[in-house]
Design a protein around this ligand. Structure first.
Ligand SMILES: [Zn+2]
Length: 303
């Protein structure tokens, strides 16, 4: 009902459809987090309901994640122009969620080269059609122009990009929120961009495409960078300590509680009731904690 009302309002007032909140958060010299909403995809946020990263070098800019739709990518581009004149030459897809790749077509049309892990591209190919169906529901007419478009540069587990005297180490240590998750480490700026390996401020999502087994190890590979600044997949730029508290500790508590439930022969129906209350400070806790527990149970049954 609420969604119908929003879509109707958009049709009546098309000028409002592109008005969305993308907050530009300066991180360090020539580095920004572009922080989108933490809520569900909507015609207003154009599926940019995530955090993106931007690094400007003297030879062009690198964008970490393209936005969730053609128009979402266009809105990101407008935000980028407010902080740098450098053209976006490279776009990294850090994972398989829609906001990590469905804006690719826009950037390729601007001449940017898109880079992703082979596992991420396989995930895009597997889930692209179902993601487009979902976005058609959430975005309605605002999905116009969006077509699945794939990275032209792919890698197995690591890829090094050199641009403007800076090095970008793109690393896919294993699965996390999605099978192809990668982080981008920029040593000269002490900054790591984690994509959906890290959620802060809001509860992370354990979905069917996630790996509750590999995610903690993938997190530790990211943490080993020792980064001073961290741009997460959701939430504001922060520190490794907050990332550990909101993501790693959450995952380990969930694994511990579901492991204990399995040990005592508990049923999946009991999974949503395991004690996650230490994390109730995270946004969207009430709507996602129980579902995360069920998915964790389904996956851990087979470990
Ligand atoms: Zn995400």
């Amino acid at each position: 009902m609420i969604r119908t009302l929003v879509v109707s309002a958009t049709l009546l007032l098309p000028g409002l459809a592109t008005a969305q909140a993308l907050e530009i958060q300066p991180v360090t010299d020539g580095v920004w987090a572009i922080v989108g909403e933490k809520q569900q995809r909507s015609p207003e946020n154009l599926a940019n309901n995530a955090t993106f990263g931007l690094i400007a070098t003297e030879d062009g800019a690198v964008l970490v994640d393209p936005g969730g739709s053609w128009k979402g990518a266009e809105a990101l581009h407008a935000a980028i122009r407010t902080v740098t004149d450098q053209p976006v030459k490279y776009v990294v897809n850090t994972g398989g969620q829609d906001h990590r790749w469905l804006g690719n077509g826009y950037w390729q049309a601007q001449g940017a080269v898109v880079i992703a892990s082979e596992d991420a591209v396989a995930d895009h190919q597997n889930r692209g059609s179902i993601q487009m169906t979902g976005l058609a529901q959430f975005l309605g007419a605002e999905l116009e122009g969006t077509e699945p478009a794939y990275a032209s540069v792919t890698f197995d587990d690591t890829y090094t990009l050199d641009l403007g005297g800076m090095t970008f180490e793109i690393v896919h240590p294993g699965a996390a929120h999605t099978p192809g998750d990668s982080f981008v480490w920029v040593p000269q700026r002490g900054t790591v961009f984690t994509g959906d390996i890290v959620y802060v401020e809001r509860i992370l999502g354990v979905g069917e495409q996630s790996s509750i087994a590999e995610w903690p190890e993938t997190f530790k590979a990211m943490e080993a960078t020792g980064a001073t600044h961290l741009v997460p997949g959701h939430g504001h730029a922060t520190t490794l300590d907050q990332a550990r508290a909101d993501t790693y500790d959450y995952l380990m508590n969930l694994r511990g509680k579901i492991g204990a439930l399995l040990d005592e022969g508990g049923d999946i129906m009991d999974a949503p009731a395991v004690d996650q209350s230490a994390f109730s400070y995270l946004e969207q806790f009430d709507s996602l904690a129980g579902r995360n527990a069920q998915t964790a149970y389904q996956q851990m049954e087979w470990e």
